[in-house]
Design a protein around this ligand. Structure first.
Ligand code: PLP
Length: 375
């Protein structure tokens, strides 16, 4: 069976985890957490980066920093993972969903302004498949209406928009290091703070509302409870796993891009014959090959293709039941405007096996099967 995902593993993970264990510092903010934070600050240019226990938690932390209150509204696509909405509705906000652009499956930036009310507090673009949303336009709207922007860049680590790292364009950015993402630590994430504003408050909320980080830096002589907070810092053993991968960040990225390009070239004929659609990447967006998807004609054809692949030893999957159609989405959100593409396009997507070191022969088998299916 060719699996859909394999967690990234480069070989040095165990060595670094052992180092963390031997240093007898396995709780949060040990040496590996600090190294990872610094690595991302250097790589992305964000003023402050803090590893968290997940991307969901990074987004929750952002919602706390924005002081989201019951009744506030937050604009986002309905075609996304539940975490995007969870973080805000947990604080009592309403998720206001707008339609996507079918070419990229990202929020349609031209529909955002119409969804703004006096209750709107933030816009949350989701960079689907590691391909950036139209950030210039989104930032312009946010500025005009005095709104915050929190980027859900869970899938966008190492991707750029006009040369800028995803997650560093909005006020806050959120990364995921779940095992299904390009770089992993099992469960984990990071909050990126673009210009350092609220960096100290972020540290405090992440550390149970205490000023413990300042204490460890020797800036104060005892630490105490100063804010309402939570615990969003990961174990240093998890950070050690991630650190191993950051050492090979470019290699992982290039390897994935190679697989992605192989799929694209190998399936182009079916696109040209009008049988399937392939992903679209605007020329000013550098993507990270987080995902390779194709679009079938409709739900029925997609189901048939997924079954056919499965019968022949290939796991391909679909995802995202649009949030506004889910029970919690109906309770905590509303769709603004017409659902022209969200539902329809979500029913056409098939994600092909994609991971670091995907075997070339396996990818070829997947493509051969797709060709046979469409014959
Ligand atoms: C994976 C993912 C998340 C959640 O990440 P966790 O680290 O598992 O919390 C959020 N948003 C998007 C778009 C994702 O793909």
């Amino acid at each position: 069976m060719i699996s859909f995902n394999k967690p990234p593993y480069v070989g040095e993970e165990i060595k670094y985890i052992e180092e963390a264990v031997k240093a007898q510092k396995i709780c949060g903010d040990g040496q590996f957490t600090k190294k990872c934070n610094k690595w991302f600050e250097d790589k992305t240019g964000a003023a402050k980066v803090l590893l968290t226990t997940s991307c969901t938690h990074a987004t929750e932390l952002a919602a706390l920093l924005l002081d989201i209150q019951p009744g506030d509204e937050v604009i986002m696509p309905a075609y996304t993972f539940v975490s995007t909405a969870d973080a805000f509705v947990l604080r009592g906000a309403t998720a206001v969903f707008v339609d996507i652009n079918p070419k990229t499956m990202n929020i349609d930036e031209n529909l955002i302004e119409d969804a703004i009310t006096e209750k709107t507090k933030a816009i949350v673009p989701v960079h689907y498949a590691g391909v950036s949303c139209e950030m210039d336009k989104i930032m312009e709207i946010a500025k005009k209406h005095n709104l915050y922007v929190v980027e859900d860049a869970a899938q966008g680590v190492m991707s750029t928009y006009k040369g800028k790292a995803l997650g560093t364009i909005g006020d806050y950015g959120c990364y995921s290091f779940h095992e299904t993402k390009n770089y992993s630590m099992g469960e984990g994430g990071a909050l990126l703070i673009r210009d350092g504003k609220n960096a100290e408050l972020a540290e405090i909320i992440r550390e149970k509302g205490t000023n413990r980080s300042k204490f460890f830096r020797g800036q104060i002589d005892k630490y105490t409870w100063v804010e309402a907070g939570s615990s969003y810092l990961p174990s240093d053993m998890n950070a050690a796993y991630l650190w191993a991968q950051l050492q090979k960040a470019d290699e992982i990225n290039e390897n994935r891009l190679q697989s992605w390009n192989r799929y694209y070239e190998g399936l182009k004929d079916l696109k040209e014959a009008g049988k399937i659609e392939l992903p679209y990447v605007p020329e000013y967006c550098e993507h990270n090959a987080h995902m390779f998807y194709i679009k079938a004609k409709d739900l029925e054809e997609r189901s048939a293709l997924i079954s056919y692949l499965k019968e022949n030893g290939v796991t391909a999957v679909f995802h995202y039941i649009p949030l506004h159609t889910a029970p919690a989405g109906k309770e905590y959100g509303r769709f603004h405007g017409e659902d022209k593409y969200t539902t329809k396009e979500s029913e056409r997507i098939i994600r092909l096996p994609m991971y670091y070191e995907l075997d070339e022969q396996d990818a070829k088998k997947v493509m051969d099967l797709i060709h046979t299916f469409y014959k």
